[in-house]
Design a protein around this ligand. Structure first.
Ligand SMILES: Cc1cc2nc3c(=O)[nH]c(=O)nc-3n(C[C@H](O)[C@H](O)[C@H](O)COP(=O)(O)OP(=O)(O)OC[C@H]3O[C@@H](n4cnc5c(N)ncnc54)[C@H](O)[C@@H]3O)c2cc1C
Length: 400
């Protein structure tokens, strides 16, 4: 339950202010000046992302939340908040193609992996040597993940995997996959699942990119036909994959909102500037329209509310040790707010918004791309309905 007795308390100590100054100075000097390749050339984008990751690694800023013993910075929650604030303020690029490895496969290995798995994979992830992808969702197992059907049978010291995954982000440019398979079809559905590290170049894997609404192919379908994976790649134990997967999802959903609130504030500033800019032949400014001005004001206030919710949640987490279920409230609020802001952007642009889309609907400018990709915000990482279920059950204590 939300504990109102634990009021928000955010004050930065002198050490934290020094950390901020150090982060700011380093970012000012090192944020890449070259243009990030667009998503039409994912391999070039991957190389660019990995070069930036390597730059952060060499300077000791990679894996900000990872423990020092695994090569990370070992930052406290407050230091992480400061880092993400400075990161967004410096307009530093997200390492999106490295997201799975850095934000959830790596932390899952730290929490549940064997010593050999940690020693082999963690430095490679942190240095930006490899890209990981996530093989959880299937055509009939998304929100209801425990319905997954991809089978793995034991043959000697290997698992032999047959089945299909879908919506695998960056599957075609990844070296490794965090793969969930059903190893005991006779067990209750949460009990017969195993989390295994799948090398993506193993024979029998067929990867088919899916073209999205936004015109790119970040997603893939992945088919497995008798794919042999060493048993040594199992993380946790055989049939213990549900527990490991829950750890993965808690890292995936955990504290991502730290940076999101800062990026959203920046986007609002850009939107207000756009609305103030005279458009068309008559010099009309969108902000002179009372309704647009009202919605911009509301969205700006909501971005501030998002910041307050973030600080409150961190303040709680710093004292209780874990991000709580209220992270779902922030996630839900954020995802719907992004979409409201994107709609206002389209209305400010008015008829000119149409020019942002090619005849096949693919985006041609930043606003169009944001509008289209924003639609997935209320699906990925748990749909808005699933977030509402979590809030209802775990925050409000409603019956299932
Ligand atoms: C940008 C993006 C990236 C992704 N990347 C990956 C990835 O790398 N790897 C991966 O494995 N997956 C990935 N996914 C897939 C994602 O996890 C699923 O899309 C998500 O879990 C929803 O599953 P689904 O699409 O099968 O929808 P379904 O689960 O079929 O849901 C359909 C609709 O029914 C609603 N619904 C379902 N169950 C309930 C319920 N109990 N109560 C109320 N409403 C319900 C949902 O909210 C939704 O509106 C990605 C998705 C997106 C959008």
């Amino acid at each position: 339950m939300f504990n109102c007795a634990l009021a928000m308390e955010i004050r930065f100590s002198p050490e934290e202010e020094a950390f901020r100054a150090e982060a700011r100075a380093w970012l000012e000097q090192n944020v890449p000046r070259t243009t990030r390749p667009d998503s039409a050339d994912l391999r070039a984008r991957r190389d660019w992302d990995m070069a930036w990751q390597r730059c952060m690694y060499d300077a000791g800023w990679a894996g900000i939340s990872w423990p020092r013993e695994f090569g990370g910075r070992g930052a406290t929650l407050m230091e992480q908040l400061i880092w993400y604030e400075e990161y967004a303020r410096a307009n530093a690029p997200d390492v999106t193609t490295g997201f799975v490895g850095l934000k959830h496969a790596g932390p899952t290995l730290i929490a549940c992996g064997s010593e050999e798995q940690k020693a082999y994979h963690l430095p490679r992830i942190l240095r930006g040597d490899v890209v990981w992808c996530q093989g959880f969702s299937e055509p009939n197992a998304g929100s209801d993940l425990a319905a997954l059907q991809t089978r793995a049978e034991i043959d000697g010291d290997h698992l032999v995997v047959t089945g299909q995954k879908i919506w695998t982000s960056f599957g075609h440019i990844a070296e490794f996959q965090e793969l969930l398979v059903r190893t005991d079809p006779t067990a209750p559905r949460h009990a017969g699942i195993t989390w295994v590290i799948c090398p993506m170049d193993t024979p029998g894997i067929d990867i088919r990119p899916i073209k999205t609404l936004a015109g790119n192919s970040d997603f893939c379908e992945v088919f497995y036909d008798q794919v042999r994976i060493p048993l040594a790649n199992v993380v946790g134990a055989l049939n213990d994959g549900w527990r490991v997967a829950m750890a993965t999802l808690s890292f995936e959903r955990g504290t991502a909102f730290m940076s999101e609130q800062v990026r959203l504030a920046r986007r609002m500033e850009e939107l207000v500037a756009l609305a103030r800019h005279p458009s068309g032949g008559d010099g009309r400014r969108a902000i002179d329209d009372d309704e647009i001005a009202r919605r911009l004001a509301l969205a700006s206030a909501e971005v501030e509310a998002m910041r307050a919710m973030t600080y409150r949640s961190l303040s709680l987490a710093a004292r209780t040790g874990m991000p709580g279920a209220e992270a779902s409230m922030i996630r839900l609020f954020f995802s719907e707010l992004v979409q409201r802001i994107d709609v206002v952007a389209m209305e400010i642009l008015g008829p000119a918004a149409v020019e942002g889309f090619a005849t096949d609907g693919a985006p041609r400018d930043e606003w169009a791309e944001r509008y289209l990709t924003g639609l997935s915000q209320t699906i990925g990482g748990g749909t808005k309905e699933i977030q509402r279920n979590i809030i209802g059950e775990r925050v409000l204590g409603l019956p299932r």
